[in-house]
Design a protein around this ligand. Structure first.
Ligand code: NAD
Length: 418
């Protein structure tokens, strides 16, 4: 990854930038830049060899003006309080831009999950769930998966919560396995909203998706599904990558075959039908119509942004472009469609999961995908209307203008207590 911007400072500068286009008092703006509360806790568990291990963990509840706090829990050695705070803030604006009735939250444990056994990870997860119990609930704060967590961890958290509360409340957490109250379409939802955003963007800009060349950085859940669905729209996926490096084929890669290869070997590197292999930075600066960053934060910094050749970037990852890089891309007329819209499919289908849990009535995959398409297309239209109406310099600012206005409206309609 190229840049090392502090993610909390990135979030705050994005809010400041958008606020210059809105009629918001400084006092109200300040409120939007800091979390309402952050839980910091130390989890102790017994390791398999009988010794004790301790882990720092956080849950940030950034803003609840529009509904319960919502956001994932990540397990990573580099989790910090500032990162969790920033990610919880982005969730507020992501939920607002797609107009689902949630605020924003995020959690994390400072842990390298690869260094622990499954039963140790279960004990850490259940210890965290016990600490979180007073703060979460289907009307309070609804966690979800993030980096290095998935259905298994969500099921453990749900089970611990339900045991301690002596209830059944599947909507306390989303991203669960289907048999534990998960939703059809959840696993594909982030890649699907990335594809829908790219499709709408190309239509808006008058570019033909069937003639388009695409490079995708990161071939995990979000990246592979986005690549696959874009290929289904007729685009040519000429390059994809993962942490091992990038592969390229001028006439397009077969995204399913690359996925099978990665499943077998653990990486995309070495894929037999690739014509060339190069670095991730080379992939991000390829002369293609569309780049989809779908790996980690800060993938494109100021220096790399000067070499970007694509006309359009659709952000599947959270925060893949630093604020300085964003300014360079705006100056160079590269159209960036932001993460808070493009990867909002994950939280939108989490919302559908929560709705289904509360109704105890489950939808078909077709219905989930149709409802998701409606949400993303409506959000895209609101964003481009605002972009034109305020004559804004880029689509990210338009997304924040839409989202901040919605949060401020909810706050002002409710008033202040005490
Ligand atoms: P994942 O772990 O499934 O995949 C990540 C991929 O990125 C892997 O292929 C990995 O090899 C690759 N990668 C890691 N470091 C890299 C590097 N330096 N260069 C190139 N590739 C690298 O994760 P995911 O769920 O696909 O998430 C990817 C991004 O999308 C993250 O920023 C995440 O926050 C965001 N996101 C995911 C979801 C979701 O529902 N999965 C929802 C919203 C946002």
């Amino acid at each position: 990854m190229a840049g090392n911007a502090n993610p909390f400072e990135s979030l705050q500068s994005q809010i400041d930038e958008a606020a210059t286009h809105l009629d918001i008092g400084d006092d109200v703006l300040e409120r939007l830049k800091y979390p309402e509360r952050v839980l910091e806790t130390n989890l102790s568990i017994e390791r398999d060899d009988g010794s004790l291990a301790r882990f720092k963990a956080f849950r940030s509840q950034f803003n609840g003006d529009r509904g319960p706090y919502k956001g994932g829990i990540r397990y990573h050695p580099s989790v910090t309080r500032d990162e969790v705070k920033a990610l919880s803030g982005w969730m507020v604006y992501k939920c607002a831009v797609v107009d689902i009735p949630y605020g924003g939250g995020k959690g994390g444990i400072v842990i390298d999950p690869a260094a622990y056994s499954d039963s140790e990870l279960e004990r850490v997860t259940r210890a965290f769930a016990a600490e979180l119990r007073p703060f979460i609930g289907e009307d309070r704060d609804i966690p979800a998966p993030d980096v290095n967590t998935g259905q298994r961890e969500m099921n453990w958290i749900k089970d611990t919560y339900e045991l301690l509360e002596n209830t059944t409340e599947p909507g306390v957490i989303t991203g669960k396995a289907l048999d534990s109250g998960g939703s059809e379409g959840r696993v594909e939802a982030t890649g699907r909203s990335t594809m829908l955003t790219a499709r709408e963007a190309f239509e808006y800009l008058g570019t033909d998706m069937e003639e388009a060349t695409v490079a995708v950085q990161g071939y995990g859940n979000a990246g592979w599904i986005a690549a696959n669905l874009l290929e289904d729209l007729g685009a040519s996926i000429v390059a994809v990558s993962d942490s091992s490096g990038a592969i390229y084929a001028a006439d397009g890669l077969d995204t399913r075959a690359v996925k099978d290869f990665k499943n077998e070997t653990g990486s995309v590197s070495g894929y037999v039908d690739a014509e060339e292999e190069f670095s991730n930075d080379d992939l991000l600066t390829l002369d293609v119509d569309l780049v989809v960053p779908a790996a980690l934060e800060n993938a494109i910094d100021e220096a790399l942004a000067r070499d970007v050749e694509a006309d359009v970037i659709v952000e599947a990852a959270n925060g893949p472009i630093t604020p300085k890089a964003d300014a360079v891309l705006t100056d160079r007329d590269v159209h960036v469609f932001p993460d808070i819209l493009a990867n909002a499919g994950g939280v939108t289908v989490s919302y559908f999961e929560w709705v289904q849990n509360r109704q105890r009535f489950y939808w078909s995959e077709e219905r989930v995908n149709d409802e998701l398409e409606t949400v993303i297309v409506d959000a895209f239209d609101a964003l481009t209307d605002t972009y034109e109406e305020h004559d804004l310099e880029n689509f990210r600012t338009a997304a924040y203008v839409v989202a901040i206005q919605r949060v401020v409206d909810a706050f002002e309609e409710s008033g202040t207590f005490p």
